[in-house]
Ligand binder design. Structure first.
Ligand SMILES: O=C(O)C1=C[C@@H](OP(=O)(O)O)[C@@H](O)[C@H](O)C1
Ligand SMILES: C=C(OP(=O)(O)O)C(=O)O
Length: 421
């Protein structure tokens, strides 16, 4: 595992650029495939080295589904939760498909059972084969017919099950020309991501009816143009905080995006920070002086909580993160990761039920160390804390940022941070 030293002693203002959002791109990829807009022009225009690895993962998966059927094909989903879950449903509803899917050990450990069960319940009687290895490979032979047009799935662990199934409903609607729906059992976590899926379906011309936990695809009419791809609000979270500290700005910060992590703009206001327009379209900078702690929920914006935890370490008062249980189910146990980061920086955390309180340190340490545990967000969040505090960081495993933000280290260098191995 490689080592990186982050030296934030000579910061300078810069205009910083996030990558496109992998969550938006994954939805657009599937819908482009289904509606005849493949390959998606906006992705072709993006510099190859700036595309999140998870976008490549799903692109390869869909490419497989577009090949003539007949042979068993292997698909590697690497560490991609959403790409894997989205791909599984598309494979299950694409007649003639027979694939063997693999991924990292961590992806294999993450929960997928409710999605598999939902697919088996709806499509198993119609010929779907979905066999789990230990945990890999997951073998899928598509259903050749269908039955009752409904997928039922629990909402508690992940919104990705419902998003994946709703994209499956779009595929089945186009095939059968009658409505298909997803019924969510119990409360839905990360609901904003299912709304993101609905918003992409609509942008691609699908009609979606929503009513008390039921999401139904009821129509399709080709749109006049393919929608634009916004900058990634999860990545904008790190960059906006870095811009606050360095006096720089960020571009591609589209405030009309439907991404849940746009909540950052509202959530930091409690701490005394404000995002204001910078020079240029969709350019923002951050002003204000830290005066209080933060309050944020893992149900609203799970991927933002590690970023907010980094900010919490440099605020004058404690911060509260609620509904943190879902963080255990990500690329690493991020609840544990946040607690480790705060304590490496000299602060304290207190967990009561699903609520984590972060007490910032009274004085900053001379330096701190962090192991990313292969989790892109922990790597970028540790580096963000280093910039926010001016404290040098020794980071183990920096390369995992590829998953969502391959250009992260280059952006950090633009703002004067010196990186050495
Ligand atoms: O649908 C998506 O693109 C995502 C949904 C969220 O996951 P959960 O719904 O599992 O919380 C989020 O954490 C993940 O990074 C991306
Ligand atoms: C949880 C994440 O992604 P996924 O679930 O798609 O692996 C993430 O990017 O923070």
């Amino acid at each position: 595992m490689s080592q990186m030293h982050v030296d934030p002693s000579q910061l300078t203002p810069a205009v910083l650029t996030p990558p496109i959002s992998k969550s938006d791109a994954q939805r657009a990829l599937v819908l482009a495939h289904l509606t005849g807009a493949w390959p998606l022009p906006v992705l072709q225009e993006e510099p190859e080295h700036y595309l999140p690895a998870d976008v490549h993962v799903l692109t390869r998966g869909i490419h497989t589904l577009r090949q003539p059927s007949g042979t068993v094909r292997d698909v590697d989903c690497a560490d991609g939760g959403a790409p894997f879950r989205i791909f599984v449903t598309q494979a299950a509803v694409t007649p003639g498909t027979h694939v063997r899917v693999t991924g990292t050990p961590r992806l294999g450990e993450r929960p997928h059972g409710p999605l598999f069960e939902s697919l088996r319940e709806a499509l198993g009687p119609s010929g779907l084969v979905l066999k789990e290895g230990n945990p890999w490979p997951v073998e899928i032979k598509a259903a050749d017919r269908t039955g009752e047009p409904v997928f039922r799935v629990p909402g508690a662990q992940s919104s990705q099950y419902a998003s994946s199934l709703l994209l499956g409903c779009a595929a089945l609607y186009l095939r059968e020309r009658h409505p298909w729906r997803v019924e969510i059992i119990g409360p839905l976590t990360s609901a904003g991501y299912l709304e993101l899926t609905v918003s992409w379906l609509r942008r691609f011309g699908f009609s979606v009816q929503e009513q008390e936990g039921r999401f139904e695809v009821t129509g399709y009419r080709a749109p006049e143009r393919t929608p634009a791809m916004p900058g990634d609000w999860s990545s904008l979270g790190y960059l906006l905080l870095i811009a606050w500290r360095t006096g720089g700005s960020v571009e591609r910060a589209d405030l009309d995006s439907a991404h849940p992590d746009q909540a950052l703009v509202r959530l930091v206001e409690r701490a005394g920070l404000k995002a204001v327009p910078g020079a240029g379209t969709n350019t923002l900078r951050m002003t204000g002086t830290a005066r209080d702690g933060l309050v944020a929920s893992g149900t609203e914006c799970p991927d933002l909580l590690p970023t907010l935890a980094a900010l919490a370490c440099v605020l004058p008062r404690p911060s509260t993160l609620t509904d943190v249980g879902v963080l255990r189910l990500k690329e690493s146990d991020r609840l544990e990761g946040i607690r480790t980061l705060v304590s490496a920086f000299g602060g304290n955390t207190h967990l009561e039920g699903e609520t984590l309180t972060i007490h910032p340190p009274t004085s900053h340490p001379p330096r701190f160390s962090m192991d990313s545990r292969g989790d892109h967000r922990l790597a970028m969040v540790a580096a963000t804390l280093s910039v926010l505090s001016g404290v040098p960081l020794s980071l183990t495993g920096p390369e995992c940022v590829e998953k969502s933000f391959p250009g992260f280290w280059r952006q950090l260098e633009r703002t004067g941070v010196r990186l050495t191995s």
